[in-house]
Design a protein around this ligand. Structure first.
Ligand code: ADP
Ligand code: ZN
Length: 347
């Protein structure tokens, strides 16, 4: 199936299906007249899929740039080395770039694409669940600075996104779970049917990915540059990010977001925003997908969130849900947040 991303300045397709990758050569020809194709990937993805891509793209002149796997690829040093390598391989401004890998590769290569020669055309082929349902859609690119994650980046849309769930067959279970947290988030902020199906455990991977993408797409179409509605995607992320940081990034993003969502519904309940049954259902879904319950200390997380520079102006804008599929943004004070946990402890 094709999901259209019709943004103000640009419109492109997200091609989603089992074996969608087989369409790559035809799809390239639809958007690109040249012969040279540059693929940036990481060592793991290269090991599993380089041969598939090489034979699929036999009619093109393909060069690979392969980086070490892991978050450290999103650094200025690797960014520079990828650009150097592409230039050594004689990549020109009109040549096609492909980001082939998980969210790390997508963010890094998106940033390379948006800045190299002031912008080159590129395709996203996400290979992790997290990247397929979240980071490959919406046009945010980023690398990390010493001051924090995703501090350097742009909004830059690809020419095409190809999502093939068959890539997930080789994905380690841990990475699959990490992506499931974002799927569950999508359900809670935008798709009550997805939530029901996850709750019953009755959903095929393809439909699950499609529904999660549609939630993200609809939010991005309303607010490409993250000024209003797009913030809904941050449900569970206020405390999720704090927890990731507190653990020195030992806790993976999805697991931290899972905990962050539980905090958001607990706080929402205490503030009278979120109905009571939500917390129980969310807990059950998270447990079903093996994402339940880390040992986090809400009070230190609250401190951390307010310590974080971005939030020093007294109140914090947090995403709550008033029901499944119905997010709201609401300012909360530090004192109000403390109170949500204090009253629990004194019960
Ligand atoms: P994320 O997508 O969660 O942002 P990464 O891009 O770091 O994270 O990918 C997570 C890990 O999964 C990395 O070690 C990466 O090499 C590996 N990986 C990515 N796609 C696949 C795949 N389809 N099969 C196996 N391993 C993969
Ligand atoms: Zn996230």
């Amino acid at each position: 199936m094709r999901i259209q991303m019709s943004l103000e300045k640009q419109s492109y397709d997200i091609l989603l299906d089992h074996k969608a990758i087989l369409q790559l050569p035809y799809e390239i020809k639809n958007i690109y007249k040249g012969q040279k194709v540059f693929i940036v990937t990481d060592e793991n993805v290269y090991k599993f899929y380089a041969n598939t891509l090489k034979s699929l793209l036999a009619e093109f002149n393909v060069s690979f740039v392969v980086v070490a796997p892991g978050e450290q690829a999103k650094s200025l040093a690797i960014y520079e080395s990828v650009i150097d390598t592409l230039m050594e391989q004689d990549m020109k401004r009109s040549d096609l770039l492909i980001a082939f890998g998980g969210g790390v590769i997508g963010d890094l290569v998106g940033f390379v694409a948006s800045t190299m020669y002031r912008g080159v055309p590129y395709i996203q082929i996400p290979t992790t669940l997290l990247a397929q349902v979240d980071s490959s859609v919406g046009g945010k690119t980023a690398i990390n600075s010493h001051k924090g994650k995703n501090m350097i980046g742009t909004f830059y849309q690809p020419k095409l996104v190809i999502i093939d769930p068959d890539f997930l067959r080789t994905l380690p279970n841990f990475e699959y779970k990490n992506g499931m947290a974002e799927v569950i988030k999508s359900a809670y902020i935008g798709d009550v049917v997805l939530q029901e199906k996850l709750f019953k455990g009755q959903i095929k991977t393809l439909e699950m990915i499609e529904r999660a993408i549609l939630v993200k797409r609809n939010v991005v179409l309303k607010d490409e540059f993250d000024l209003n509605e797009r913030m809904f995607l941050n449900f569970g992320h206020t405390f999720g990010h704090a927890l990731e940081k507190q653990s020195n990034y030992e806790i993976a993003h999805g697991f931290a977001v899972a905990e962050g969502m539980l905090m958001a519904v607990h706080i929402g309940e205490k503030l009278g925003i979120t109905p009571k049954h939500i917390q129980k259902d969310l807990r059950m879904i998270l447990e079903k997908y093996d994402l339940g319950l880390l040992k986090s200390d809400p009070v230190t997380l609250i401190d951390d969130v307010f310590y974080d520079k971005k939030n020093t102006h007294g109140e914090l804008k947090m995403i709550f849900i008033t029901d499944i599929g119905k997010p709201v943004i609401q300012p909360v004070s530090k004192e109000a947040l403390y109170e949500c946990y204090h009253s629990q402890a004194s019960k």
